[in-house]
Design a protein around this ligand. Structure first.
Ligand code: NDP
Ligand code: 8X3
Length: 265
């Protein structure tokens, strides 16, 4: 049976968990050949195997640290050895570190967030751009956040980093005008992945509290949005998509039910 991405090449960063892993499965199910990157190779191996089971004709992976130019260059050279062109690039690797106010936050967290969410997107894009421009109609999807659009307390650096991602996407769309490469940002609100566990440095109880009494987005919801954006015809560019769960009317306006009445999905 033919599927919309049959034998198309899809490269996903941050494919070892959350949105990236869900996207690997969704594009795999749709017939895509997957190129996956992240720092945890053991997790990538599992995701690749699940994607093959789901229907991907191939799913290969390589360690990737988007905070390091040599790592990105090595990864991109490996990807160029697999294919001279990409159909979809998803710059998803990133996340938040800490929720401290500026007065007490740590340089290490700020630098980590800018390295992955901002410089990582720039590095990956520069390194793989020839694979996209070789293929008019290809699409680049950057994963931003509602945090890049509205600030919140404790989010100064993360919000700034995701605002940076948004402006990178907008600048790239201008720079690539005429090449046929589509450039999009997908900006989710709260979604239950490993995001909060990473933000709170492994404090799972604190991470769980973020979603208490709420029906948040799932990684699959976000992956489906990526699939939809990428399956528009080549002349259609979804510039910017914001996706939030129904319980989150705005970044500061989240409807929470008292436990234990959180409804089932
Ligand atoms: P997860 O923590 O589940 O996934 C993050 C992914 O990014 C992992 O695969 C991780 O892999 C990878 N990653 C992190 N740092 C690096 C790095 N330096 N180099 C390579 N890969 C890296 O969280 P999500 O799936 O939720 O997050 C995905 C993206 O979505 C992020 O950019 C995040 O900011 C954004 N986002 C998340 C929202 C949410 O509420 N969950 C909402 C809006 C946006 P590994 O550790 O193996 O390297
Ligand atoms: C993740 C969503 O609201 O926690 O980007 O910043 S939020």
């Amino acid at each position: 049976m033919s599927t919309p991405f049959q034998n198309k090449w899809v490269l996903i960063t941050g494919a070892s968990s959350g949105f990236g892993a869900a996207a690997a499965l969704a594009f795999g199910r749709a017939g895509a050949r997957l190129i996956l990157g992240a720092r945890r190779a053991d997790r990538l191996k599992e995701v690749a195997a699940r994607a093959i089971e789901a229907g991907a004709p191939s799913a290969v992976f390589h360690t990737l640290d988007v905070t390091s130019t040599p790592s990105v260059e090595t990864f991109a050279a490996w990807a160029r050895g697999l294919t001279p062109r990409l159909d979809v690039l998803i710059n998803n690797a990133g996340g938040a570190l800490g929720l401290d106010p500026v007065a007490t936050a740590r340089d290490e967290d700020w630098e980590g967030m800018f390295q992955s969410n901002v410089l990582g997107v720039l590095r990956m894009t520069r390194a793989t751009l020839p694979l996209l421009t070789a293929n008019p109609g290809s699409i680049l999807i950057n994963i931003g956040s509602i945090a890049g659009r509205v600030a919140y307390e404790g989010g100064a650096a993360y919000c700034a980093a995701k605002a940076g991602e948004l402006q990178i996407t907008r600048a790239l769309r201008l720079e690539l005008n005429g090449t046929g490469v589509r450039v999009c940002t997908l900006d989710p609100g709260m979604a239950e992945t490993e995001f909060s566990v990473v933000r709170f440095k492994g404090d799972e109880a604190r991470a769980r509290k973020v979603y208490e009494g709420v029906v948040p987005l799932t990684a699959d919801d976000v992956a489906e949005a990526m699939l939809w954006m990428a399956s528009r015809p080549a002349h259609v560019n979804i510039d910017e998509m914001v996706i939030k769960c129904t319980d989150q009317a705005a970044i500061h306006k989240v409807h929470r039910r008292p436990a234990p009445s959180t409804p089932a999905r």
